[in-house]
Design a protein around this ligand. Structure first.
Ligand code: ADP
Ligand code: ZN
Ligand code: ZN
Length: 768
C-alpha cells in the first residue's frame, strides 16, 4: 500500500525541493503551507510543505520510492502559513527570478519562522476577552434572563453594543463593570471568557496629521470614479497615476481602498521605506485607524508576527509595508497600491532578487485585484506599459493645494580657466572650502531664509566628510582592502570607512606609502557640508540626516519633529530628506551637487538623478509661501537637469527612452545581469569567459529563433566587492519567455561551478 508523500522546501540556496514520507499519525496535519521538521543530512531542519501528493498517483518521476523516503518528524503549524494563492505566487517568483524556492518562502514569511519552533522568541501577548454566546432578541427574553440583575443586563448590552465581545480589562477599568459581573454572565450561559492575542503596534506615531481632504477636486474625482469602476469588474487590471508632488495622490488611493473595504475585500499599500515616510503612514492611519497593519523591517519579530497574524485572521484588512509586504496574507484582496512606484528599494538586492512591483502585478492579476501605481516620476517601465495600453494612465498636473510647484534654477558651477584659483595661493582654507561647496547664490538664498525665520532643505547624496583621500606626493589613495573602491573619511569618528562592505580603519596621519604628511581630500560629503554651513552661518540651527545620524530606531522621526517644530533652520541630508516629507516651513531647497549620481556607469543614472531632483524639489513651498529650488551642477545641459527646471517628466521620459533605444536597455528590452564572482581574479575572468562560450553555444542552438543577445563578459564597474572579484555578462531579449527559459536552463546546469559563484539578477535595478 502506498503512503502519502509531500514536497518540502528548505530555506537554503537550493533550486530543488525534497520529498518526504508522511507518517500515518501526521497525515491529517500535513497540508500545503505548514512548517514541518524534517531530517536533512545529519540534522533536522524546519521546512515548508508546498505540495502534498496523492498516495495513489504518487510523486514525480525520479522521486525515490515511497518506502525509502525519510518521514516528516513533526508538524509545527495547525493552520497553513501560506495559503494556496501565496504558494502559487512564491512559485512564480522562484521561477521568474530563478531563485531557490525555499528562500522565496522564507522571504514571504515574517523573520524567524525557520529558526525557531514557535515563530520567534516573542510569543504573542495575550489578553482576556468576554464573548457573548447567546442572543436575546426580545425584551421578554431579556427580562426573563436578568430579572432584577440590572447591572448584568447593562454589562450584556454594553458588550452587545461593542460588537459582541470586549476586552475584560477595558470593561473593568474604563467602564466600571467588575469581574464578578462578567462571571455572572458566564454562569448564566450567556457569555464565555477567551484568550486573544494583543496586537502590539509601535507605529502609533504621534506625528501631527492633517485630516484627509473632505472633497475631491475636479482632477481627482474622475480618477477615483474610473478606478472604482475598474474595481468592480472581474479583471480590474492596472492603472498608473502620474501626479506631480503634492497633487493629492494619497486621497485617491484611500478613496479606492474604502470602496474595496466596503465590498468586503482587503487592500495592500506598498511604500518605499516606512522609516523615511512616517507622514505617509500616519495619513493612512488617520483614515483606516485600527484596521490597518503596519509591516516594517524595523519592527521587532513579535511586532511583525502580531501584524501578520491579524491580517491572516482577517482582523485587519489593510496592510501597509515595504517590499516584502507584497506577500502579506490578505484574504479577498481587492486592491494593491504602490506609492512612489519608481523607487529602487522595491527591488531586493539579494536572493531572491524580486521586484515587488512585478510580484504585485502578478498577484493582483491572479487574485482579481486592482493594481494602482503612483508616482510623480514613474519608472520608464511603467510609463512604457501605460503608453502601450497595458496600464490605464491618469495624470494630475497641478498641486491640490493653492500652492504652485516651486520655481527651479540651475547654478552652473563650471568655472572658466582664468577665474579659477588652484588652491595653492594660500589664503583662507576654510573660505575656499565654503566657496567650493556653496555658490554665492545658494549662500545668500540660505541667508535670506535665516533672516526671515524660514527653513531650508539641502541635499547632497553622499555621506561622510570626503570620499577620496590621496597623497599629494606619490598619488596613493586610501582604498578598501576588500573592495576596489576608495574609502570615505568620516571626520568626527576619525575613521576611513568603506560604504560598500562596512570596512573601517583609522585615518592615517601621513601617507602610508611615502610618509608625506599632507593628504588631499576629494569628493565632498554631508559631514563636510555640515561643517561649512556651521562656519558660514554660525547662528543657524543645523541638522544632518543621513545613515550616520539616524542609527537609532526612530531617529528620523526625532529629527523631523524638530524640523516641524521649527527648532531647526537648515536640514541637510542625503536622499533620505527627499522622500515624502511635508514641511510647510521649507521655502528653499538647495542641491549641493546634482551630479553625484549622474556620473555613475549605470544605465539608470540619468533616470535616478531626475527622480531624486524632482522629489527633493517637491519638498519646497508646500506651505503658504512660494518655494524656490537652487541646483548646483557642472552639467546644466544634461536632460535630467534641463527637464527638472520645468518639472517636465514627459519631456525627460521621451528623451531618456530615445537614449536607451540604441544600446538596447529597458524598457526596450528585458535584461538579466549574470555576475560571476570568486576570490581569484584570473579564475573569475576565465569562468566568465567560459560562461560566455557556453551561453553562446546554447543561444546558437536556437539559431534565428533566438531573441537573445549577449554583452560581455567584462569586469563589473565595481570589480572587487567584499573580497570577491566580479565579472558580468548581460543578456538582453525582447521576449521575457525566451530569457526566462535560458536563465532557468543556465541555473540548472550551473556551467560556472568550481569555487566561483554565479548570481543571476533578472530585471536588474543597477549594473554596478
Ligand atoms: P502627493 O501624494 O501627490 O504628493 P498628497 O496626497 O500628499 O500629494 O497631497 C498634497 C496636499 O494636498 C496634502 O496636504 C493634501 O491634504 C492636500 N490635498 C489633497 N487633495 C486635496 C483636495 N481635494 N482638497 C484640498 N486639499 C487636498
Ligand atoms: Zn604618498
Ligand atoms: Zn569594502
Amino acid at each position: 500500500m502506498s503512503r502519502p508523500t509531500c514536497r518540502v522546501t528548505l530555506p537554503r540556496p537550493l533550486l530543488q525541493d525534497f520529498v518526504y514520507g508522511v507518517p500515518e499519525q501526521l497525515a491529517g496535519r500535513v497540508r500545503p503551507g505548514v512548517r514541518v521538521r524534517v531530517p536533512f543530512g545529519p540534522r533536522n531542519e524546519i521546512g515548508l510543505v508546498h505540495r502534498v501528493d496523492d498516495p495513489e498517483r504518487g510523486g514525480r518521476r525520479g522521486d525515490p520510492p515511497p518506502a525509502r523516503l525519510k518521514p516528516i518528524i513533526e508538524v509545527l503549524d495547525d493552520e497553513p502559513l501560506l495559503g494556496p494563492e501565496l504558494l502559487d505566487l512564491c512559485r512564480w517568483v522562484a521561477d521568474y527570478y530563478v531563485a531557490p524556492i525555499g528562500l522565496v518562502h522564507r522571504a514571504a514569511l515574517p523573520p524567524g519562522m525557520f529558526t525557531a519552533r514557535r515563530p520567534s522568541g516573542a510569543p504573542p501577548r495575550m489578553q482576556q476577552v468576554v464573548r457573548l454566546t447567546a442572543e436575546l432578541p426580545t425584551l421578554i427574553e431579556r427580562e426573563r434572563a436578568f430579572g432584577r440583575a440590572g447591572r448584568q443586563r447593562e454589562a450584556f448590552e454594553t458588550i452587545e453594543s461593542m460588537g459582541g465581545s470586549a476586552v475584560i480589562a477595558h470593561l473593568e477599568q474604563q467602564l466600571g463593570f467588575g469581574r464578578s459581573l462578567v462571571h455572572g454572565l458566564v454562569e448564566r450561559g450567556l457569555a464565555e471568557i477567551a484568550e486573544e492575542t494583543v496586537e502590539r503596534d509601535p507605529f502609533e506615531s504621534d506625528a501631527p496629521v492633517e485630516p484627509p481632504p473632505a472633497t475631491l477636486n475636479s482632477d481627482q474625482a474622475p480618477i477615483v470614479d474610473a478606478l472604482r469602476r475598474k474595481l468592480g469588474t472581474a479583471e480590474p487590471g492596472a492603472a498608473l497615476i502620474r501626479g506631480v508632488t503634492g497633487s493629492g495622490k494619497t486621497v485617491v488611493y484611500t478613496r479606492v481602498i474604502e470602496t474595496a473595504l466596503a465590498a468586503g475585500r482587503s487592500a495592500l499599500i506598498l511604500v518605499p521605506e516606512i522609516g523615511l515616510t512616517p507622514q505617509t503612514v500616519a495619513r493612512f492611519r488617520a483614515v483606516f485607524g485600527d484596521g490597518i497593519a503596519v509591516l516594517h523591517s524595523g519592527l521587532s519579530m513579535g511586532e511583525r508576527h502580531d501584524a501578520w497574524r491579524a491580517l491572516r485572521a482577517g482582523r485587519k484588512r489593510v496592510a501597509i509595508g515595504t517590499r516584502s509586504a507584497v506577500f502579506a496574507p490578505l484574504p479577498a484582496l481587492g486592491v494593491i497600491v504602490i506609492d512612489e512606484e519608481h523607487d529602487g528599494s522595491y527591488k531586493q538586492s539579494e536572493t531572491p532578487r524580486y521586484h515587488a512591483r512585478a510580484v504585485a502585478a502578478v498577484r493582483a492579476r491572479r487574485e482579481g485585484a486592482l493594481l494602482v501605481l503612483g508616482s510623480a516620476t514613474p519608472s520608464l517601465e511603467s510609463w512604457d506599459n501605460a503608453a502601450r495600453g497595458l496600464y490605464d494612465l491618469h495624470e494630475l498636473e497641478r498641486r491640490a493645494t493653492a500652492h504652485p510647484l516651486p520655481e527651479v534654477r540651475l547654478i552652473d558651477r563650471r568655472r572658466p580657466r582664468e577665474g579659477r584659483d588652484d588652491g595653492s595661493a594660500g589664503g583662507d582654507a576654510a573660505r575656499d572650502d565654503a566657496s567650493r561647496i556653496l555658490s554665492d547664490e545658494l549662500r545668500s538664498a540660505i541667508d535670506r531664509r535665516l533672516r526671515d525665520g524660514r527653513q531650508a532643505l539641502l541635499l547632497l547624496n553622499r555621506r561622510g566628510y570626503s570620499t577620496v583621500q590621496q597623497c599629494r606626493a606619490c598619488g596613493w589613495i586610501a582604498t578598501c582592502p576588500a573592495c576596489n573602491v576608495s574609502l570615505t573619511w568620516h571626520r568626527r569618528r576619525a575613521r576611513l570607512v568603506c560604504h560598500h562592505c562596512g570596512w573601517e580603519e583609522e585615518a592615517p596621519e601621513r601617507c602610508p606609502s611615502c610618509r608625506e604628511p599632507e593628504l588631499a581630500f576629494g569628493g565632498v560629503g554631508t559631514e563636510q557640508v555640515e561643517r561649512v554651513l556651521g562656519e558660514t552661518f554660525p547662528a543657524a540651527r543645523i541638522a544632518r540626516m543621513d545613515v550616520d545620524t539616524t542609527g537609532g530606531k526612530w531617529a528620523h522621526e526625532k529629527i523631523l519633529r524638530r524640523v516641524r517644530d521649527r527648532e531647526i533652520d537648515v536640514l541637510l541630508g542625503t536622499q533620505m530628506i527627499a522622500k515624502g516629507l511635508d514641511l510647510p516651513g521649507v521655502t528653499l531647497v538647495g542641491v549641493i551637487d546634482a551630479d553625484v549620481g549622474l556620473n555613475l556607469p549605470d544605465f539608470r543614472a540619468a533616470e535616478r538623478t531626475f527622480q531624486l531632483l524632482a522629489q527633493v524639489a517637491g519638498r519646497a513651498g508646500r506651505g503658504a509661501e512660494p518655494g524656490e529650488v537652487l541646483i548646483q551642477t557642472l552639467r546644466p545641459d544634461h536632460p535630467a537637469l534641463r527637464c527638472t527646471l520645468t518639472h517636465d517628466f514627459v519631456g525627460f521620459a521621451a528623451q531618456e527612452l530615445a537614449d536607451r533605444a540604441g544600446p538596447g536597455y529597458p524598457p526596450h528590452v528585458r535584461l538579466a545581469n549574470l555576475v560571476v564572482s570568486g576570490e581569484q581574479e584570473t579564475s573569475v575572468a576565465d569562468a566568465a569567459g567560459g560562461l560566455a562560450d557556453w551561453l553562446t553555444a546554447v543561444i546558437e542552438v536556437a539559431g534565428s529563433e533566438s531573441t537573445i543577445t549577449m554583452l560581455g563578459p567584462a569586469p563589473c564597474p565595481i570589480d572587487r566587492l567584499r573580497g570577491r572579484w566580479r565579472w558580468h555578462l548581460l543578456l538582453k531579449s525582447t521576449d521575457a519567455g525566451h530569457l526566462g527559459a535560458l536563465l532557468r536552463y543556465t541555473a540548472a546546469k550551473d556551467p560556472v561551478g568550481g569555487s566561483n559563484r554565479l548570481e543571476i539578477d533578472r530585471d536588474p535595478e543597477s549594473l554596478l
